[in-house]
Design a protein around this ligand. Structure first.
Ligand SMILES: [Zn+2]
Ligand SMILES: [Zn+2]
Length: 420
């Protein structure tokens, strides 16, 4: 099909295609509090998300659930100071805050459990909390977020094969989901963080359905590090989809956008702040199981500022309608890989011809090709039938207020779909 004809079809379908009104819920699935290495009490953080317009929050501390009795020391220069305790008392009431004298005379504050936070913040149809944990390998990657889990999962030591480590966490959560008959999600976090995960290690995992296409932490390299042979998250995504779909025609990998926030008192570039990346989930109810089930259907998108009115996929086409803001230009790219693509690979080498440490292989440009690009607010890509998958991304010409890297634009990532 020629490009001209394709554009004609896209335009025609934009006129014919019926856009619907959908209920989208805004959520944060990756954030830290004083239960692990975040610097604020969970109620301070949840109140922030609630005030800023989030509908659901999944506090995900490292290798711990927010249950049982846990006290944190109050100390000047520490994460919990007298001043911050006083601020909590002012915001939530004197009775809300529990302070005791700990061993050695130091004062300590008790952390609120998820049950107490639910009691305080949840309101049917307005706001909900989902139990979560960042299953964290001790001393490096992988870190995997478990959403809607019921029992804590212990972190493993950073030893041996990374595919096996990921597999362990995914299998553990899958067994829990079957035991409790509750839908749960495991999303692989920040592939490019610390000792990182290679594309090939990701390809060695079974049952991998979610990963972070965007993580707002300033040291995770969402866009990759070309000089070190580290692909962007999106490049990992396209390679994994393409290589997996050759053998498993129904396979899909969905991308989430997250904050991975740790710092809640000072905001700015270089800080690990809340509000940079989120997901919008199309669900009939604002309730944990329904939201997780919607995500498992792929009925959500990731965002760092671009809002969509609608996403439509029917096996023959993928269409999106952007909730455009006045004076803002949006570029939508439909991205995919065609059947019979070039599957050759090359190692990424340093100046002396040695493979770069912990680098991923180089794959052909056939993978993740831009199939169509438009600046229309409403657009639709009609499948030619030879695509393995098609996904979309929208880039706004507006820069993010508080980016994880200077120069980040507001974006949205629409999940991949399969032609039928
Ligand atoms: Zn992490
Ligand atoms: Zn984290």
């Amino acid at each position: 099909m020629t490009f001209r004809l394709l554009v004609g079809l896209v335009t025609m379908m934009s006129v014919l295609g019926a856009w619907g009104e959908s209920q989208w819920y805004k959520g944060a699935t990756h954030l830290h509090s004083l239960w692990s290495d975040g610097n604020a009490a969970p109620e301070h953080i949840i109140q922030w998300y609630l005030d800023e317009g989030w509908d659901f929050v999944c506090p995900s501390d490292h290798n711990v659930l927010m249950e049982g009795e846990r006290y944190v020391k109050i100390a000047e220069g520490g994460k919990l100071t007298e001043e911050r305790v006083a601020a909590l008392q002012k915001q939530f009431g004197e009775d809300w805050v529990t302070v005791r004298e700990g061993t050695g005379g130091a004062k300590e504050m008790r952390l609120k459990t998820l049950a107490e936070l639910r009691e305080r913040f949840e309101e049917p149809g307005k706001f909900t909390l989902i139990q979560a944990e960042e299953m964290t390998t001790i001393g490096g990657n992988p870190h995997i977020n478990a959403l809607n889990l019921r029992e804590p999962v212990a972190g493993l030591k950073n030893e041996g094969d990374k595919s096996a480590l990921i597999q362990h966490y995914l299998d553990t959560l899958q067994a829990q989901s079957e035991k409790y008959q509750v839908p749960m999600i495991a999303h692989v976090n920040h592939i490019n963080f610390a000792d990182r995960i290679t594309t090939e290690e990701m390809l060695g995992v079974k049952g991998l359905y979610f990963f972070e296409v965007y993580n707002g932490h300033p040291s995770v390299h969402s866009w990759g590090e070309a000089d070190k042979g580290i692909p962007s998250h999106e490049r990992h995504w396209d390679v994994i989809l393409s290589m997996k779909l050759r053998r498993d025609p129904g396979y899909l990998l969905y991308g989430v956008a997250t904050d991975d926030s740790h710092e809640y008192f000072k905001f700015g570039v270089g800080k690990s702040n809340a509000g940079r990346g989120w997901i919008m989930v199309r669900s009939e109810k604002l309730e944990a199981n329904a939201l997780v089930a919607a995500m498992q259907r792929g009925d959500f998108y990731g965002s760092t500022g671009v809002t969509l009115r609608d996403v439509r996929a029917d096996g023959k086409s993928l269409g999106i309608a952007i909730a455009g803001e006045e004076g803002v230009k949006y570029t939508t790219q439909y991205i995919g890989t065609r059947k019979g693509f070039d599957t050759s690979t090359k190692p990424q080498l340093d100046a002396e011809g040695k493979p770069l440490p912990r680098s991923s292989l180089l794959y052909s440009e056939d993978i993740g090709a831009v199939l169509h690009e438009t600046t229309d607010l409403e657009s639709r890509y009609i499948f030619t039938g030879d695509e393995l998958y098609v996904r979309a991304r929208v880039v706004s010409d507006v820069l993010q207020d508080n980016p994880h890297e200077t120069g980040d634009h507001e974006m949205a990532w629409v999940q991949p779909v399969l032609p039928k």
